[in-house]
Each structure stands twice: as structure tokens, then as C-alpha cells.
Design a protein around this ligand. Structure first.
Ligand code: PLP
Length: 409
């Protein structure tokens, strides 16, 4: 009989969203007349920018004709999209990269999950906590996490707490870690790493030969001046960091599927014998074997994000979500709650009042205001005592939810 990869058996079930669904279902059976407002979602709700729709229609027509038909494309992505990315996402910020340093993919989840393919299982991995669950779960699958302990932490993972006490900035560890995941603007806390804090991490990484895996999926939500849009704005980062970008939250591509990964040519890792190896050609080799490229139609849609019309439409959508976040932030603060994030991010991170646990406050909100949220403890041990609200809804629901909280809490 075939032998299974036992690492998969170590994973606890993904209880968070099924547990939320179950509790919401129970509530709806008890109170069928209650009108629920769902602020738990981490998905966009506004339609695709019109520039993308037009580009997709055009690309579909090209596929209908043998002269303009596209079959397999380059595994690393089409040049038209890579060039638009280089000009707009990097050169505009003073960062020079070459086309072969960009790998187009079908979304950031794939590559943040798959990057472990090219890294040994005995690396010491650090994660900020709370975090996007993909980073830990993919390392469990890759055999890097060790055993799950009673405190909810994996014994081989180095947890870097991000709480109100440290202003949600992960502290530099006093020992060596081989790989660290950083996410800014952060999901779930909605907070950001400023230039000074990010530089500390780059300097640490250069000193300790640490590989930084930088997730910038929410880059488009950055509005404040001092916040780097790319880790490569920090000197030396090309020697120590891989950056992940996504069009999902930027342009509503959660159902279209497109993003990209940056692996600079100057980035090296080492064999156990100490031979240094460039990661870029290794990842390229991996992609050529396991990935056959993102669809032509999708890449044309992504290219359209960078046209003048596309940029304007993307900006309008993000401004809309950020206005929701501002409304939520301000009314929650007025209610007397401790509120974080929501300025450079579509997520609001709340401290639960009266020392309630995340699940207790989740139940309070559900029962007293009929609002569905996400308990912070679902994002890791240091998320306990917090709750995430999402600004990815309609204006009407956002205003109504805030009214309910003011009246009932
Ligand atoms: C939504 C999200 C992504 C993007 O995922 P896609 O696969 O591109 O849709 C990546 N990282 C974080 C932290 C996210 O919240």
C-alpha cells in the first residue's frame, strides 16, 4: 500500500471558519428573523474594474481566432505583464529589477505555500503571531513545524508575538532563525511595518543570513507616507528577501486568480556543506516543472490594472473599502473600544472588552448585534483577546453594523 506523507496527519482540522459557520447556523435556527451582517469575510465584494473586464473580453476574442490564439505561455508569465509590473510597482519607487526576477502566478497563496519546496526541512522558521494560517500550515506539511503543543504553538516554530503591548511590531529575536515570514499591511491585525522597523528586519537578515518571506498582498491599501510599499525599498533587501504580491485584494481578483513573486538574482541560500546557491534559477526550475503558467486572459486582465483607467478604477475601489474602514474605526473608538489597523488596511483589529476571550466577544457581537466577526484566536495564540472585522462589505451594512454596536454594546 502507498505510504502517506504523515506531516499532513499532524494538522488539526481547519476549525476556524467551520466553527464560525456552525455557530452562525445555530444562531439563525434560534433567531430566524435576525438580519445578519457579515463582517468576518476576508474576500472583496466589489466587481472587477471595468478596464480589466474590457481586457478580458478582448483576450477571449483573441482566443477565438487561430492567428491570435494563445496556448501554453511562458511558465514565468508574459512579458507584457512583467514589464507593466516592473514600471509601476518597482521603478516608480526607485527599485530596479529585471524581468527574470518576476514570476507571475495564480495568486499569492500558491507561492507563499509552495516556496517551501526549495528549502530544506531543517530550517528554523519564525512567524509573527497572529498570522495568515497558510505560513504555518504549509510548514507543517513540509515537516518544519515539529509537534503541536498544548499552548497551541508548534515546538519547532519561533513565534514573534504582535500585540497591543509592542504596537504590533514583531521584535527582532535574540537568536538566529533561518526563515521569517513578515506580512505588511498585516492580515489579521491591519497594522503596518514602517520604514524603521522593516529596516531592522533587513539588517537582522543580512547579519544572520536569514531569508525573509515578505507578503505584501495588501500593498495597495497603504496610504501613509512612511510605510514601504515593497521590501526592496530597504537597502540590502534584494540579498535577503522574497516578496509576494497579489491582485486579489488590489483589484478584486480573488476569483480570477493572479499574483506574482519576486526572487532577486542576488538572493542566495546555502547547502548543508556551505555551498551558496542562487534561489532564482531554482524557483524557475520548480515552476517549469510544477506550474504551467497563469491563463493568457487573466494576465491581460492584470495588465489592464496598470493602464490609466485601470489605476483610477482600482484606486476608487480601494478608497471605498478604506472609507468603510475609517467609518468603522471612528465609531468603534467612540464606543470606547480599543481599535487597531484600518488605516492602511481593510481590517480592523479590536481588543475584546472586559477581558473576554475572542470567542466570548464573537458570541456577544452575534447575539446582541447580529454581526458576524472573526475571533482573533483563530489566527494564532497571540490573537487571543482580539477580534477581526473586515471593511470589504457594502457601505449600507457598514453603517448599519456601527449603529447596532453603538445601540447595543
Ligand atoms: C488574501 C491574502 C493573500 C492573497 O491570496 P491570493 O491567493 O492571491 O488570493 C495573501 N496573503 C495574505 C496575508 C492574504 O490575506
Amino acid at each position: 500500500m502507498a505510504l502517506i506523507n504523515e506531516n499532513f496527519l499532524k494538522l488539526p482540522g481547519s476549525y476556524l471558519f467551520s466553527e464560525i459557520a456552525q455557530r452562525v447556523k445555530n444562531f439563525q435556527e434560534e433567531q430566524p428573523q435576525a438580519k445578519l451582517i457579515r463582517l468576518g469575510i476576508g474576500d472583496v465584494t466589489r466587481p472587477l474594474p471595468n478596464a480589466c473586464i474590457e481586457a478580458m473580453h478582448h483576450a477571449v476574442d483573441e482566443m477565438a481566432n487561430s492567428e491570435t490564439f494563445h496556448g501554453y505561455g511562458p511558465e514565468q508569465g508574459y512579458n507584457f505583464l512583467i514589464e507593466a509590473i516592473l514600471r509601476n510597482d518597482f521603478l516608480a519607487y526607485g527599485i530596479k529589477l529585471s524581468p527574470s526576477e518576476i514570476f507571475i502566478n495564480d495568486g499569492a497563496k500558491s507561492d507563499t505555500g509552495n516556496i517551501g519546496d526549495i528549502l530544506r526541512t531543517d530550517n528554523i522558521v519564525g512567524v509573527t503571531d497572529p498570522i495568515y494560517p497558510v505560513y504555518i500550515d504549509s510548514n507543517v506539511m513540509g515537516g518544519r513545524a515539529g509537534k503541536l503543543q498544548a499552548d497551541g504553538q508548534w515546538n519547532n516554530i519561533c513565534y514573534l508575538p504582535c500585540t497591543a503591548e509592542n504596537n504590533f511590531t514583531p521584535q527582532i529575536p535574540n537568536h538566529k532563525i533561518d526563515i521569517v515570514y513578515l506580512c505588511s499591511p498585516n492580515n489579521p491585525t491591519g497594522t503596518v511595518l514602517n520604514r524603521k522597523e522593516l529596516k531592522k528586519w533587513v539588517d537582522y537578515a543580512l547579519e544572520n543570513n536569514t531569508l525573509i518571506l515578505f507578503d505584501a498582498a495588501y500593498e495597495a491599501f497603504i496610504r501613509e507616507e512612511d510605510i514601504p510599499h515593497s521590501i526592496y525599498e530597504i537597502k540590502g533587501a534584494k540579498k535577503c528577501a522574497i516578496e509576494f504580491r497579489s491582485f486579489s485584494k488590489t483589484a478584486g481578483f480573488t476569483g480570477v486568480r493572479c499574483g506574482y513573486t519576486v526572487i532577486p538574482k542576488e538572493l542566495y541560500a546555502t547547502t548543508i556543506e556551505g555551498q551558496t546557491i542562487a534561489l532564482n534559477p531554482i524557483w524557475s526550475r520548480r515552476q517549469c516543472t510544477k506550474f504551467n503558467g497563469t491563463s493568457y486572459i487573466t494576465q491581460r486582465a492584470a495588465e489592464a490594472i496598470y493602464t490609466p483607467a485601470g489605476k483610477k478604477q482600482v484606486r476608487q475601489n480601494i478608497d471605498f473599502y478604506l472609507e468603510n474602514a475609517r467609518i468603522m474605526r471612528e465609531s468603534l473608538i467612540q464606543t470606547g473600544l480599543s481599535v487597531y489597523g484600518g488605516v492602511n488596511s481593510p481590517y480592523i483589529w479590536l481588543k475584546t472588552p472586559d477581558r473576554m476571550t475572542s470567542w466570548e466577544f464573537f458570541e456577544t457581537l452575534l447575539n446582541q448585534t447580529h454581526i458576524v466577526s472573526t475571533p482573533g484566536s483563530g489566527f494564532g495564540p497571540h490573537g487571543e483577546g482580539y477580534l477581526r472585522l473586515s471593511a470589504f462589505g457594502s457601505r449600507e451594512n457598514c453603517l448599519e453594523a456601527m449603529q447596532r454596536i453603538k445601540r447595543n454594546l
